[in-house]
Design a protein around this ligand. Structure first.
Ligand SMILES: [Zn+2]
Ligand SMILES: [Zn+2]
Length: 129
């Protein structure tokens, strides 16, 4: 009972968030809707939603996996200060330009650009901060 409902809630949470949530973040938000939802339920449903192609799992080099509602091909830019992650569009053509002197046929790529987001930049420049 309630399996479909749980999956809908978890999918809804990821879709409603402007962030790229990790499982902890999804759990926290899901508990606002369904207070008794279990950690295992969240993990299991996130995996199932990824398998179904509704969500994309992003493997992070230094932290838990994140979940993305945007399943279209795109890359990410990560704020190393607050951990927020934003979508970034880079075309294969642009990557190919980097290798124009190399005989290399590009068939795919994964790119995460790391930096400091606008909020964190503003905060670090705020007087007295
Ligand atoms: Zn930031
Ligand atoms: Zn994304």
């Amino acid at each position: 009972m309630g399996n479909t409902r749980q999956r809908e809630i978890i999918y809804g949470v990821v879709c409603a968030s402007p962030e790229h949530l990790d499982a902890e973040g999804v759990l926290e938000a899901a508990r606002h809707i369904m207070p008794k939802i279990a950690v295992g339920t969240v993990y299991r449903n996130l995996a199932a939603l990824c398998d179904a192609g509704l969500l994309r799992k992003i493997t992070m080099p230094n932290g838990p996996d994140r979940y993305d509602k945007n399943v279209a091909p795109h890359e990410h830019i990560l704020c190393s200060s607050c951990g927020r992650m934003f979508d970034l569009s880079v075309g294969t053509d642009e990557i190919a330009k980097l290798f124009k002197d190399e005989p290399f046929k590009i068939t795919g790529f994964t790119l995460t650009v790391v930096g400091t987001c606008k909020n964190c930049l503003l905060r670090s420049r705020a007087p007295g901060a």
